[in-house]
Design a protein. Structure first.
Length: 143
């Protein structure tokens, strides 16, 4: 019985210590501010922050949205840990919070990618990735 209680105490202590370590890491992260000039009025700009494992494959690590005001949208990701990231965004003109496509697979809504990589086909991680250290980052992503 003592063994089980000791084991449970150690497990709970481990979870608490890990939670505190993660919280400290998040508090010590930096910011990434993304400015997006938007050529057409209305709607929102939806922005996702990804790592290599989630880029164009899964939900973003963090997602934000901004109203379009005077042809500009701005979001700021906070507490971003150092590492390699990529950003994708799109102008959600109809408010359905998803990117819409034509029947042939072409996007109906304007989009952008970090490093302003635009080409034929979907964006590639190798073109969109950027490094985050301890200093705040401000970038402009064109659509």
């Amino acid at each position: 019985m003592k063994t089980i209680i000791t084991l449970l105490t150690l497990l709970v202590s481990n979870f608490i210590l890990n939670a505190q370590t993660d919280a400290v890491a998040e508090e010590n992260g930096t910011t990434i501010t993304v400015n997006v000039p938007v050529p057409s009025p209305g709607g929102k700009v939806i922005v996702g922050l990804y790592d290599e494992n989630t880029f164009m494959k899964a939900a973003p690590l963090k997602g934000l949205e901004s109203d379009v005001v005077d042809g500009q949208a701005t979001v700021t990701f906070t507490n971003v840990a150092p590492g390699t990231y990529g950003i994708t965004l799109f102008h959600d003109k109809n408010g359905n919070r998803q990117m819409d496509f034509e029947p042939n697979g072409m996007p109906k809504e304007m989009y952008g990618v970090s490093n302003n990589v635009m080409g034929f086909g979907p964006p590639q991680w190798s073109d969109a990735k950027f490094e985050v250290a301890d200093e705040p980052i401000t970038m402009e992503i064109r659509m």
